[in-house]
Write a protein that binds this ligand. Structure first.
Ligand code: Z5A
Length: 215
């Protein structure tokens, strides 16, 4: 059987800092794709499966997550990813669906690697094991200065930040820098869009790029 990424399905991941506009752009792109007659599956990380949503709860919301080591954090994010790949992404690609994921393996590269300072080779090895070769055809990074993304999150969470939202501004600066560095190393797969532009403008730019890739 051919590898799932060789089927007619397309896989697009969205990355960026918290509050960079990923959910907003995923729902707009999903609508464009549906209007164009494509079947769409939208999912998120961590989460997207029953197991993944339980892991998400531990990672972000439960007291058990307090004091979590960076290594445990990496393994939990990638455990959720391994399940998502096998039970949602691969079957959807095999059906010819367009899969849109709010975060994927680049989040571990950047948050656990660049920002938590885990060995990049170890992060890459665990990521590779988790995804089993299923890579996005396109990764959209929404780039937003740290002050803006933090302000957007603060406005939304109204004083109830999750475990990762409680990190320092320096941590989020490493996240932003990590994404920009990643884009330079994989320019064919990863495209950076200015997330400070009006949502309609970003939407049009992403849709133009996606139509080229789907053609
Ligand atoms: N994490 C990790 O460490 N390692 C991993 O491997 C993975 C994840 C997979 C998941 O958080 C956390 O887990 C995340 C990384 C870590 N933590 N951080 N930081 P999450 O799923 O709860 O949240 P998120 O993925 O970081 O994103 P978000 O908070 O849901 O935001 P978003 O989807 O990027 O943005 P949005 O909801 O579309 O927009 C945010 C607000 O901005 C909203 O009020 C919008 O109306 C507004 N917005 C959107 N676009 C615009 C524009 N263009 N202009 C102005 N305002 C806008």
């Amino acid at each position: 059987m051919p590898h799932p990424t060789l089927f007619a399905g397309k896989f697009i991941s969205f990355e960026g800092s918290e509050g960079s506009g990923k959910s907003t752009q995923i729902s707009r792109l999903a609508q464009h794709l549906k209007d164009a007659g494509r079947e769409v599956v939208a999912t998120r990380e961590p989460g997207g499966t029953a197991l993944g949503e339980r892991i998400r709860d531990i990672l972000l919301h439960k007291d058990e997550g307090d004091g979590m080591s960076a290594e445990s954090e990496l393994l939990l994010f990638t455990a959720a990813r391994a399940q998502l790949v096998r039970s949602v992404i691969t079957p959807a690609l095999a059906r010819g669906t367009v899969v849109l994921s709010d975060r994927y393996l680049d989040s571990s590269t950047v948050y656990q690697g660049a920002a938590r300072n885990l060995d990049p080779k170890a992060v890459a090895a665990v990521n590779a094991f988790a995804v089993g070769g299923v890579m996005p055809h396109l990764t959209v990074i929404l780039d937003v200065p740290t002050e803006i993304s933090l302000a957007r999150v603060r406005a939304r969470t109204a004083g109830q930040p999750d475990r990762i939202e409680r990190e320092t501004a320096a941590f989020f600066q490493k996240v932003r820098d990590g994404y920009l560095a990643l884009a330079k190393t994989e320019p064919l797969r990863v495209i950076v869009f200015d997330g400070t532009q009006p949502a309609d403008d970003i939407d049009q730019k992403i849709w133009t790029e996606v139509q080229k890739r789907l053609a």
